[in-house]
Design a protein around this ligand. Structure first.
Ligand code: MN
Length: 218
């Protein structure tokens, strides 16, 4: 269930890979066991390892005063830090098909208020996901400064954000997320993936976000 944000600081280089909240085959037939295993155990772990590496490299730069490679390491921080955060959310906002429930009251109210109706939201989200240039994500965010939802089309893991937003629902449309099952047919993946959404978790994340709490699951 709900775990409040971890106020124990993560020391440089101490990020860990969160476990999957279900078995590797739980999302079949939409996402097969092998895809999920590689995606979580290898690819997500790479982001965690490289984030740790970047933090330690910069800690060492601070000690020596040598910032010759700061641009490289800052890039690694943004890329791998964002990859780690988005994947940590991604695992939790999916559920075995048929077990994710229906969109809940808060979620629906805020979706209807901003997007007009649920159908408009679904259309925009799916289009955003299908049309991300190269690799990236479709992300439903809540923005505390605007007090409304928005859909962002993230490139890679870190480009085209709105500072301060809280990701609520994220869809990974990097090829590694679907290629084994769907080859190059991202559109079919997005339509199938829609059935995996864990609407209870979406509602919980939105509820916390609106109270100014970070609903991170890492
Ligand atoms: Mn991914």
């Amino acid at each position: 269930m709900y775990q409040p944000i971890n106020f124990i600081p993560v020391y440089p280089g101490q990020h860990t890979l969160p476990p999957l909240p279900y078995p590797y085959n739980a999302l079949e037939p939409v996402i097969d066991r092998e895809s999920l295993k590689i995606h979580h155990d290898i690819l997500h772990k790479n982001y965690v390892d490289n984030l740790n590496k970047a933090e330690l490299a910069l800690a060492s730069s601070r000690e020596t005063g040598n910032f010759e490679f700061i641009n490289y390491w800052e890039n690694q921080l943004a890329y791998n830090g964002s990859g780690h955060i988005l994947h940590s959310i991604y695992w939790t906002i999916m559920a075995p098909r048929g077990r994710g429930g229906q969109p809940r009251e808060n979620t629906l109210r805020m979706i209807n208020w901003y997007f007009g109706d649920f159908n408009n939201f679904e259309n925009q989200f799916k289009n955003a996901a299908k049309k991300v240039e190269a690799s990236g994500w479709a992300i439903l965010i809540y923005h505390p400064a605007f007090n409304h939802l928005e859909i962002l089309q993230c490139e890679k893991h870190q480009n085209l954000t709105q500072w301060g937003c809280i990701p609520i629902l994220v869809c990974d449309v990097w090829e590694h997320a679907y290629y084994l099952d769907y080859q190059n047919d991202r559109s079919r993946f997005v339509d199938s993936w829609w059935e995996l959404i864990n609407w209870n978790e979406v509602e919980r994340r939105l509820y916390l976000a609106r109270q100014g709490k970070l609903p991170l699951s890492i």
